[in-house]
Write a protein that binds this ligand. Structure first.
Ligand code: COA
Length: 702
C-alpha cells in the first residue's frame, strides 16, 4: 500500500471537531462525507455530543472501537498538537489538517511538532491550512468545498485552498473531469512531489494539474515530474521578477523567478500553463486524449475564417500545419464541393452537413499521414451543432483509433455549448475558439516529446576538470575576505572546467606587462585588477588594441593613474595583460544559484539583445550538450547564430560545450558559487570555437 493511501484514498475517516453547529467547518466536512456517499465508516469526534448528523459521535479518537485511516482536523490551532498525539496513539496514518494558524502566521514550531508526532507513528500530514482533500473514486469529500467535483481523470493539486473552492463547482459548468482535488496549504509534510508520485501511480488519474505558489524542494519536485510518466500541467502564480534587482551579476539581474520556474518545469517534463483557463484547457485534452505522436495535424472545418485562425494558432503554439500530400487531398476532396479546399485546413465549406464531416473525419482517422485531428465547426442554419458532435463521437468510436488525438472547436451560441457538453461527456475535448484548441493540441504534442525522453537525464560529467584547483582558488579569495573573485581568478576557475578563456597574465609593473604582452602576442588588452573596482571601464581601467611595447607601457601608466584617481585607497592587484580576441558574435553565458532549484545556467545574445530585449533562457544545471543546443535555438535572436546577411553559421557546438561545462562547474561548486558571468563570449564561425573574454564569479555568503 502506498504510504499516502490513508490520505488520498482512505477507507475510514474521523472528523475531529465534527461540530453540531450548522455552517461550521467541522459540521460541513461531516456533512460533505455523508452527502458524497463515502462508503466507509465516518466517525465524528466531539467531546460534547453523542451524535452528529445522525452518526454516532465519540468523545475522542481513542474511543473509536475500529482502526481509522484518516483524521480530518477541524479543531482550533491550540488543540491540534493534542489531537495529533491522540491520533498517533490510535494508529491513524493520514492527518488531514484543515486548521489555520501555523507556518503561514509564523508558527513554524507547532507545525514542525505536528509533523514530528505524525511521522513518529508512521503517519503523514497534509496541510495545515487547507480546505481538505476530495477523491471521486473513493467518494471522499474530506473538505469544506461545496461538493465532490465533476468526475473525471485529472488530479488537481493546489497550494491555494481558495482556488480549490473556486474551481469545485466550475468543474460541473465546464464538465472538467476530476479524479481528485487536493489542497496542499503550508506543505509542512506532503508536498507537490509526494502528490505527483502518488497520482502518477493512481489508475484513476491520467493527467496531473498543479497550481503552484512556491516549491520547497526543487530537486525533489523536478525528479517527481520526470519520473511521473504522466502528463503534468503546471500553473505558477507570482511570476514577477522580484528580488532580481538586488542581484550582483548581470545574469542575476536577468533571472527572476518565472524564467527559472519555467525552465525547471520544462526540465521536469511539466507543461507550462499561462493562466487558470490555460491550465484547465490543456489538462482537459491531456486527461481525455492520447498524445500527439507526430506533427501532422489536420483541421477539418466548415468555415474558412476559423480554419485560418486555427492555422495561425497552430504555428504560434509550435505545431504548424502542413499541406496535405496530393493523395490525401484527393481523399478529402470527395467530401466537399468544388469550391472547398482539401489542402489543410480541410475546408468542407459552410453548406456541409453531417455527411461531409463524417467523410472527412473518417478519412483523417484512417490516413497514416495524419497524427491528430481538429474538428472545427461554426454554427450554421444548415446543421445542428449536436449532430456534428455526435458525428465526431460515432466516427471516432467506429474507427477504433486510439492513438490519434481528436479535439473540437465549436464556435457559436447555445447550440455549440450544448454540443460541447455532448463531446465532453464522450471524453472529447471541446473549446470555443481556435487558439485554445490548438494550444491544447500543442500540449498533447509536448507530452509526446516528454514521454519519448522518459525519465532519462542525459548529462555526462566531464572528466577533464580540475575541481580541487577550482576549490583552492575560491578558498584563497575567501581567506582574503572577498565575496567575488578577481578577473584572473575567475578566468582560471573557468579554465579549470575547460572553458576557452582568453590568454592572460597579471603584471605588477610595466616591464612585466611588456614581457607578458610579447608572450601572448600583439595586439593586447590591459585591464585593472582590483577587488575595489568592479566596473573597470567606468574607472578608466581598460585599454584595448595595444600594438607594441610602447603602447603597453603608456597604457599601464594611464590605467594606474586612472585607478588611483577613481579610488585612492583601492587595493590594486596589478594589471591583467590579455590576448585581444578577434571580433565575433557576442553572447553572454552565466549562472545564478536559485533558492529553490539550486544552480541554473543562462544564455543570451550580448549587447542590446540582453540589455533591452532580455532575450535570455535558463536551465537548471547540470545540462547536456543537447540541452545547451536547445537553449540556443529557443531565444528570439537564434537566427544571428545561424548566420545572417551572408555570415556563416556560428560555432554553436563550441558554445554548447561552454554552457554544459559551466553547468558542471556551478553544480560541483554549488556550496560556494552564487553567480557567474562569462560576458562577453565571442563566437566564431563553425569549427573555429569561441573565447570567453571576461569572467565574473560572485561567492555565496557563508
Ligand atoms: N476533539 C474533538 N472536538 C473538539 C475538541 C477536541 N479536542 N476540542 C473542541 N472540539 C469541538 C468543539 O466543541 C466544536 O464543536 P461544537 O461546535 O459542537 O461545540 C468543534 O470542535 C470546533 O471547535 P471550535 O472551537 O468551534 O472551532 P471553530 O469551528 O470555530 O474553528 C477551525 C475550527 C479549524 C475551523 C478554525 O480554527 C480554523 O482554522 N479555520 C480556518 C480554516 C481554513 O480556512 N483553512 C484553510 C482553507 S484555505
Amino acid at each position: 500500500m502506498h504510504e499516502l493511501e490513508p490520505i488520498f484514498n482512505p477507507r475510514s475517516i474521523a472528523v475531529i471537531g465534527a461540530s453540531r453547529r450548522e455552517g461550521s467547518i467541522g459540521h460541513s466536512v461531516t456533512k460533505n462525507l455523508i452527502d458524497g456517499k463515502f462508503p466507509g465508516p465516518i466517525y465524528p469526534i466531539n467531546p460534547g455530543s453523542p451524535e452528529i448528523l445522525g452518526l454516532k459521535a465519540y468523545p475522542s479518537i481513542g474511543d473509536v472501537p475500529e482502526p481509522v485511516d484518516a483524521a480530518v482536523y477541524c479543531v482550533p490551532a491550540d488543540k491540534v498538537l493534542d489531537v495529533a498525539r491522540q491520533c498517533a496513539k490510535a494508529g491513524v496514518k493520514g492527518h488531514i489538517v484543515i486548521t489555520s494558524g501555523f507556518g503561514e502566521v509564523g508558527n513554524k514550531k507547532d507545525e514542525e511538532e505536528l509533523v514530528r508526532i505524525a511521522k513518529a507513528s508512521g503517519g503523514r500530514v497534509i496541510g495545515p491550512n487547507i480546505v481538505g482533500t476530495m477523491s471521486n473514486p473513493a467518494k471522499a469529500n474530506a473538505s469544506f468545498a461545496p461538493v465532490l467535483p465533476y468526475n473525471g481523470q485529472t488530479a488537481l493539486i493546489s497550494q491555494s485552498g481558495a482556488l480549490i473552492i473556486a474551481l469545485d463547482t466550475v468543474t460541473y459548468v465546464r464538465k472538467f473531469g476530476v479524479s481528485a482535488m487536493i489542497s496542499l496549504g503550508n506543505m509542512a509534510d506532503v508536498d507537490f512531489a509526494d502528490s505527483i508520485e502518488y497520482y502518477a501511480q493512481d489508475p484513476n488519474t491520467t493527467c496531473i494539474a498543479l497550481y503552484i505558489e512556491g516549491v520547497k524542494n526543487g530537486f525533489k519536485f523536478m525528479q517527481a515530474g520526470r519520473w511521473a510518466g504522466k502528463p503534468i500541467v503546471a500553473l505558477k502564480a507570482g511570476v514577477s521578477a522580484h528580488g532580481a534587482a538586488a542581484a550582483a551579476s548581470h545574469t542575476g539581474s536577468l533571472a527572476g523567478s518565472v524564467k527559472v520556474y519555467q525552465a525547471a518545469c520544462n526540465q521536469a517534463h511539466m507543461i507550462w500553463a499561462t493562466d487558470l483557463e490555460d491550465m484547465l484547457n490543456k489538462s482537459q485534452a491531456l486527461a481525455m486524449q492520447p498524445v500527439l505522436k507526430g506533427g501532422n495535424v489536420v483541421i477539418i472545418t466548415n468555415g474558412g475564417g476559423i480554419g485560418v485562425l486555427g492555422s495561425d494558432a497552430a504555428e504560434r503554439h509550435g505545431i504548424p500545419l502542413q499541406t496535405a500530400p496530393a493523395d490525401v487531398q484527393a481523399q478529402f476532396r470527395k467530401f466537399m464541393p468544388d469550391f472547398g479546399s482539401p489542402k489543410n485546413p480541410v475546408d468542407i465549406t459552410g453548406g456541409s452537413g453531417v455527411a461531409g464531416y463524417e467523410g472527412a473525419i473518417e478519412t483523417a482517422l484512417k490516413c497514416p499521414w495524419v497524427d491528430g485531428v481538429g474538428v472545427f465547426y461554426c454554427e450554421t442554419a444548415v446543421t445542428k451543432a449536436t449532430d456534428i458532435a455526435n458525428a465526431v463521437i460515432t466516427k471516432l468510436k467506429e474507427s477504433g483509433v486510439k492513438d490519434k488525438p481528436v479535439v473540437c472547436c465549436f464556435v457559436g451560441g447555445a447550440g455549440s455549448v450544448e454540443a460541447g457538453k455532448v463531446l465532453l461527456e464522450a471524453s472529447i475535448p471541446y473549446y470555443d475558439c481556435p487558439n485554445k484548441t490548438m494550444s491544447a493540441l500543442a500540449a498533447l504534442r509536448q507530452a509526446a516529446r516528454f514521454s519519448e525522453v522518459g525519465c532519462r537525464v542525459d548529462f555526462e560529467p566531464y572528466a577533464d576538470v580540475d575541481k580541487k584547483r577550482a576549490q583552492a582558488i575560491i578558498e584563497l579569495a575567501r581567506k582574503a575576505g572577498r565575496k567575488a573573485l578577481t578577473e584572473p581568478e575567475a578566468k582560471t576557475l573557468f579554465a579549470c572546467y575547460g572553458l576557452p578563456v582568453t590568454k592572460s597574465s597579471l603584471a605588477t609593473n610595466e616591464n612585466e606587462a611588456v614581457r607578458y604582452a610579447q608572450e601572448i602576442g600583439y595586439p593586447v588588452v590591459l585591464k585593472i585588477v582590483s577587488p575595489d573596482i568592479l566596473h573597470k571601464s567606468d574607472a578608466g581601467g581598460v585599454r584595448v588594441n595595444l600594438k607594441d611595447a610602447e603602447a603597453v607601457r603608456i597604457g599601464f601608466r594611464t590605467i594606474m593613474e586612472n585607478a588611483k584617481r577613481y579610488k585612492a585607497d583601492a587595493d590594486i592587484h596589478g594589471i591583467l595583460v590579455c590576448e585581444m580576441a578577434p571580433l565575433g558574435s557576442e553572447v553572454i553565458v552565466g549562472s545564478v544559484n536559485d533558492a529553490t532549484f539550486g544552480p541554473t545556467v543562462m544564455f543570451g545574445l550580448g549587447g542590446v539583445f540582453v540589455e533591452v530585449m532580455k532575450d535570455v533562457t535558463f536551465r537548471v544545471a547540470p545540462i547536456s550538450i543537447d540541452c545547451a543546443m536547445a537553449m540556443q535555438q529557443e531565444i528570439k535572436g537564434y537566427p544571428m547564430l545561424q548566420g545572417v546577411r551572408g555570415e556563416k553559421r556560428r560555432d554553436q557546438e563550441a558554445l554548447a560545450a561552454v554552457l554544459s561545462r559551466l553547468s558542471q562547474l556551478v553544480s560541483d561548486l554549488d556550496d560556494d558559487i552564487a553567480e557567474t558571468d562569462a560576458n562577453p563570449i565571442l563566437v566564431y564561425e563553425e569549427g573555429k570555437g569561441c573565447r570567453v573574454v571576461d569572467a565574473r564569479v560572485i561567492l555565496k555568503r557563508r
